[in-house]
Design a protein around this ligand. Structure first.
Ligand code: DX5
Ligand code: ZN
Length: 218
């Protein structure tokens, strides 16, 4: 099912609980959970913060690992209810990436691979048949609030071609997304991640979500 997925990276820490309840009240069932290690990307973010709160609210995280040592980070989510775990394909060779996808599946989660805007997605064809989600980064990973990088459209086209081969593949896009991009890309993209636009407009999100439902016939 197509969805708009708020990125908790843009959550206002001073009113986090209030905003999480707002997300729940909007009927949102999944949020995007950005994990950064200070190695694969310069900043660090959270590891397991808010996960228990989300569980209580009946919201499932889609974990986006922007980390170098993927396996040791995957292990941190074993005891939490997590919908999916996505890691960056650039951090692994193909055989190792397949092992990690299998490991994520054994945890009962959907598995995804992600690529930066300048990475050629086609070099990971073999992985696209093994995983559930392909996360197309439309900014360079590491920070919220950046502008959409147009060259990401090349990977989006490649992901759409892969979906023709693997119809169950979920195409997720992340970075610089606002409602204009959602309107433009809704036929190709399944999951739209949005951080700064979502939280800036959280008080009006009910209307946007209604419009999104009409747009995507959800
Ligand atoms: C960026 C993160 C994104 C980020 C998106 O590295 O992976 O998920 O939170 O934020 P916006 O929507 O502000 O670009
Ligand atoms: Zn992300």
């Amino acid at each position: 099912m197509k969805m708009i997925e708020p990125s908790l990276l843009s959550l206002n820490k001073d009113k986090a609980q209030e905003q999480l309840k707002q997300i729940q009240a909007l009927g949102i069932k999944y949020v995007h959970y950005d994990v950064m290690d200070g190695k694969f990307v310069p900043p660090t973010s959270y590891t397991t913060e808010y996960l228990k709160d989300l569980e209580q609210l009946g919201i499932l995280p889609n974990v986006h690992l922007m980390v170098q040592d993927v396996e040791q980070w995957i292990d941190k989510y074993k005891d939490f209810k997590v919908n999916s775990i996505t890691f960056h394909a650039e951090t692994q060779d193909v055989d190792r990436a397949i092992e990690l996808i299998n490991k994520i599946h054994k945890m009962g989660c959907l598995a995804g691979i992600s690529v930066k805007p300048e990475t050629d997605l086609n070099q990971y064809q073999e992985l696209l048949g093994e995983c559930d989600i392909v996360l197309i980064m439309s900014v360079n990973p590491g920070w919220g609030g950046q502008g959409f990088v147009d060259s990401a459209m090349i990977n989006l086209v490649k992901a759409t071609q892969a979906k023709a081969l693997y119809p169950k593949l979920i195409i997720q896009i992340d970075g610089g997304i606002n409602f204009d991009y959602i309107k433009k890309l809704h036929s190709q993209v399944d999951w739209f991640v949005t951080g700064s636009w979502f939280f800036k407009n959280i008080d009006h999100m009910g209307q946007y979500l209604d419009e999104f439902k009409k747009l995507t016939n959800n």
